[in-house]
Ligand binder design. Structure first.
Ligand code: AMP
Ligand code: GLY
Length: 437
């Protein structure tokens, strides 16, 4: 097969790495990719090339797929899905994996998701959807001191404001609805009650009829240890997350996935791809904070280092149907991914810092260093984005996987690099599990 992967982050590197292990693929491209993806050619022996087409440049992506006569295009990020890349490719007879524009609304419109959840009885936060600031403020006041104000549309992961007082909530509402700090993405807002609890990530692969749940994982959204600092795209992840046992997971299937599938069928939504619900484990049970319509980043890095199936078989079934006949197989070895970011991220940060120690880290057993914001400049690989690397390790126990991941992080250096020291610490019991390197 000839395959194109769209995107340039750690998620896409993990997808390319896993796809390159399939005997069904002969040639692979990634648009636009990164320095690590370009290097997969050397390690996998497969023909893997990066092409300089942006993930949102739909006409040129289509032209590339047509020119190369691709068998499959795999979409990583949310934006091209929200722009309707799947619909465009299908109209032009090109095979593509990911939800169409209607199905991608689960991520592209929080208001849509919220009303869908309410209509089909999916447990979520108490919420309202508003375009009028004074109505929004009255609702926020009815929730008490704390609430969460969310831009309806995609806002580069920045459109969620956690408010711990009414004046903060009023300011957030004005920023979105009046001064339009998030442009059109914030012309409509969702206000949710503030949910307390442990947050986990779920993924389910869907083929329009069937949804197959992955094991649990836990991302670490805040920039600093102890869940302090600003929200980021994700500073590290591990799987499995031990907070839901088999019985609780079966309950999640029953209370969240089944009504979601039923709702999709009733609304004529044909969802092919990954549904990624963000879940809060509250005292009243698991509640959905939001839906994403794609693989998570860095969730993908830990899932794909545990997946034992040929990913091509799963993507083919997700596109064509037949997932009910496939059993997902997972390695029992836990996997841990520590994200190394540029100094200053998620605020402004320096680019172009040379990265040292990548080869030493890669030599450690059961370690894979996935690249996100990296570029090759001359003979060197340099940091070229906020999240730079996803250093991933797997082992017999979570504690060991975590130690190996941090040992690999310890081999890597670049000016201003920062990472969290407490990835997976919640699962292991306490802050004393922190690693000091
Ligand atoms: P979202 O993009 O909607 O998942 O929100 C980003 C982050 O904000 C989540 O990962 C949570 O940590 C937090 N968050 C979102 N909604 C809520 C809520 N209703 N209560 C508490 N925290 C929330
Ligand atoms: N792990 C966060 C995200 O992919 O949105």
């Amino acid at each position: 097969m000839k395959v194109l992967v769209i995107g340039s982050g750690g998620r896409e590197h993990a997808l390319v790495w896993k796809l390159a292990q399939s005997s069904q693929i002969q040639e692979m491209w990634c648009a636009p990719g990164n320095a690590g993806i370009a290097e997969e050619l050397l390690t996998s022996g497969k023909k893997v090339e990066c092409v300089n087409i942006g993930a949102e440049d739909l006409p040129n992506l289509l032209a590339f797929a047509q020119e190369k006569r691709l068998d499959l295009t795999v979409v990583g990020p949310d934006n091209p899905l929200a722009l309707g890349i799947v619909d465009l490719f299908q109209l032009n007879g090109q095979r593509i994996w990911g939800p169409n524009q209607k199905a991608a609304r689960f991520e592209a419109s929080k208001g849509f998701s919220q009303s869908f959840m309410e209509k089909y009885g999916i447990p979520t936060a108490r919420a309202g959807t508003f375009s009028d600031a004074s109505e929004a403020k009255a609702f926020a006041a009815s929730l008490g001191e704390r609430c969460v104000v969310k831009a309806d549309g995609l806002a580069l992961g920045k459109g969620v404001l956690l408010c711990s007082s009414l004046s903060e909530a009023n300011k957030a509402i004005d920023e979105m609805l009046v001064t339009r700090a998030f442009g059109n993405a914030g012309a409509v807002i969702v206000i949710q009650e503030f949910l307390e609890g442990m947050e986990i990530s779920l993924h389910a692969l869907c083929d329009g009829m069937t949804a197959k749940l992955f094991p649990t994982s836990q991302d670490h959204k805040r920039a600093l240890d102890g869940d302090r600092g600003l929200n980021t795209g994700g500073m590290g992840c591990y799987s499995p997350a031990p907070f839901l046992d088999h019985t609780a997971l079966a309950e999640v299937e029953k209370r969240i996935l089944s009504p979601w599938l039923h709702g999709c069928a009733s609304e004529g939504i044909n969802f092919h791809g990954i549904l990624y619900p963000g879940i809060m484990l509250t005292q009243e049970g698991p509640k959905v904070l939001e839906f994403n319509a794609r693989f998570g980043d860095p969730e993908t890095q830990v899932y794909l280092t545990r997946l034992e199936n040929d990913l091509v078989d799963l993507l083919n079934a997700s596109v064509d149907g037949g997932l009910d006949r496939i059993e997902l197989k997972w390695s029992p070895m836990p996997s841990v991914c520590v994200v190394m970011a540029s100094g200053g991220y998620p605020g402004s940060y320096m680019k172009g810092k040379p990265i040292k120690g990548l080869q030493q880290a890669a030599r450690l057993p059961n370690v894979k260093v996935f690249h996100a914001g990296t570029a090759r400049v001359g003979g060197e690989i340099v940091a070229n984005g906020g999240r730079v690397l996803g250093v991933t390790a797997w082992a017999k126990s979570l504690a060991e996987a975590r130690n190996v991941a941090y040992a690999a992080v310890g081999e890597i250096e670049f000016d201003g690099a920062h990472f969290r020291h407490d990835i997976a610490a919640k699962a292991l019991g306490s802050a004393s599990e922190q690693v000091d390197n």
